[in-house]
Design a protein around this ligand. Sequence first.
Ligand code: CP
Length: 312
Amino acid sequence: MFKRKDLLGLAELTPEEINFILDTARPMKQIILRDIKKVPTLRGKSVVNLFYEPSTRTRTSFELAAKYMSADSVNIAASTSSVVKGESLTDTGITLTSMGCDIVVIRHRESGAPAFLARNIPARVINAGDGTHEHPTQALLDLFTMREKKGGIKGLTVTILGDILFSRVARSNIWGLTKLGAKVRVCGPTTLMPRQIEELGVEVYHNIDEALKDADVINVLRIQLERQDKGYFPTTREYSRLFGLTKERLEKAKPDVLVLHPGPMNRGIEIAPEVADGLHSAINEQVTNGVAVRMALLYLLTGGGAIGEAVN
Ligand code: CP
């Protein structure tokens, strides 16, 4: 069972809790695939998406997840809210709670902002990505996709490729994958590799061909172009030459390798278009699975009971 008030990161979850969320997401996916995508499960509940950073996938999938389950959902972009008048995060959270909000989904540029909010408001808080810390719902949808495609996580060799230093997606994936028994490799330029990352139980590679050898899954990270002028790599062309996932490089991995990318993609930089759109890619399915995982979390955090009731 899932008894927590909030979902702040995968670092704090047990393997049993992670598997329970993934098990709950499976019937949720059936709802999304129906012609009429609506169940009354969360009728009377309200969800506020409070985003201090841009988002397409995460924000929209939380909004649709709430709507498919008949909850009321509202989006707040910090840039058009009273945050620009100087309102604090706590005051914003208390204001939302005073309106009857049950769950606040928050994305924030500062690591730890969702945990801070969770300590200061009675509403439940879901971390939709905080700084370089964690993006737990992205990792859960990645795990769900791997489990669906590969039949399980234990024993898989998963290569996470790209900007490990700034990637909250990488960190949440590392926590989730290692807890569920996968072998995790991280690969990227030395400048984009956090010090002592080995302590999280991963193998570090700087040569892409070695990192991809016999991999079951390759999770390609977005190269953060907004950091390009900071000197972490000389040019995007150079990055692409050394670390871009091409069709030729894919052949180093297992013949049935699964290719994932959290999006948004820089086609032709970290991933070749023919790989992104190729037979091994599950990038579009990841997006569908993201709605299912977020439905499961909204359901579990509002005290969801027997799963059969949730999908009828
Ligand atoms: N993967 C992800 O977080 O995408 P968005 O920034 O579009 O939400």
